[in-house]
Design a protein around this ligand. Sequence first.
Ligand SMILES: NC(=O)c1ccc[n+]([C@@H]2O[C@H](COP(=O)([O-])OP(=O)(O)OC[C@H]3O[C@@H](n4cnc5c(N)ncnc54)[C@H](O)[C@@H]3O)[C@@H](O)[C@H]2O)c1
Length: 428
Amino acid sequence: MTLKLGIVGCGGMGFRHMQGISEVMRHSNIAKLEAICDLHEEAANHVADEAEKNNGYRPKIYTDFDSMISESGIDILDIVTDTKTHHVFAIKAMNKGISVLTEKPMGITLKACRKMKDVQEKNNVKLAVAENYRRDPMNRLVKALIDEGAIGDLQMVIDVSVSGGGYLMHGTGWRAKKSLAGSLILEQGVHTSDLILYFMGKAKTIYAKTGVLNPIRKTSGMLNEQLKKFYGHRVEDQLDNNESQIEIDAEDTAISVIEFENGSIGQMTMSSAASGYGFGNESIHGSKGTIKLPGSRNGRSPIILRDPKNPGEPPIEITGDKLLDLVPKWELDEVTSLYFDNKKRLTSYKYDFEEIDRKLIAIEIHDLAKSIIDDSSPEVDSEVGMDALALAYGALESGESGETVNLKDIISGVTNSYQSIIDEEFNI
Ligand SMILES: NC(=O)c1ccc[n+]([C@@H]2O[C@H](COP(=O)([O-])OP(=O)(O)OC[C@H]3O[C@@H](n4cnc5c(N)ncnc54)[C@H](O)[C@@H]3O)[C@@H](O)[C@H]2O)c1
């Protein structure tokens, strides 16, 4: 069975999803690219040209979403538009019996997500969120190490990502606007949140200080050669092309403290406002040692550090294939393994960035297609997607109210002051 997939949104990430579905088609017959849609025909044409080079045929092009879902006969809608339309397109498609893969964040607010979940359940279709970082085989290995007790009982996670440069993220106008869910805390924070929850389990509360510390941003210049390949063709319709800088109102900094349901604690700090200095740390600490996380899409092995036998000696380091002794039964799941040369017990890998990127997106698409065929749940279903969004919004809600917030209250809508302005604006 080959499921037909349509992509809506042919910007930076839409281009990458086209590469992802092309990667699926190199490895499997489970899904094929049928149609693509963007408001800007030139952006859709660029993505279609590349798809034709990859797959030997041209997908149908639409500039009107409603026409695509009523005429193209797709089984899966892949939503890669900017965040404000995720729920609109998902709900329309699911009401027509079409399953949905939506880019992160799942929806623009938790209220939008709750509506998406209700429609998904009513129509008995699948709804999955494209969280690519957790699909990295190195993050799968970290998860297995934690679950096998390689660092003992979980105590804390320290995730810090600080950068400067003064650019508007990817030069995209919507990322300047709080009301378009454009803040760094949602854009980057939802990835970080998903990974933290994947490793640590559910979170109970979050407290944060947030702010817009560097409001004046350059509108261009952020794109390096790699990003230009993804974003070079996109048509910007929210920035004034004559302006070389813009004032953003979307938070660029959050310093948060998290309490998890299992009693462990964590720090999640992110900022793109640290002029002249950038650094990061991702580590998980347990009663028997620490895991230094490898980061995503670089193929590096995780590192476990344990206290030395004697004081003054360096910590004992376990990395590479030696990690496998700590997870004797661990194997990559079938779908992840398929895209990584069918290897089952990977402890590092080497591919160029574009190839890694499309492999992780291929895994997201394949996982959803398989869940449709098997009638099972996709890995990142609405509950998982909402948990990650709630943690990121938790930082913003707490930053606004000055109070510790409960994750359950964010998911249910009891705490929604920050988001309510967005809900009102978009009539959600
Ligand atoms: N998983 C990741 O690593 C990752 C990375 C970047 C972006 N994203 C997510 O992907 C989504 C898209 O981000 P992007 O950077 O590609 O943004 P973008 O602005 O480059 O692309 C959005 C595209 O959607 C199109 N669009 C908007 N409204 C439309 C409509 N009504 N009908 C048809 N097309 C429409 C725009 O014309 C544009 O081409 C966002 O939700 C973002 O958070 C995820």
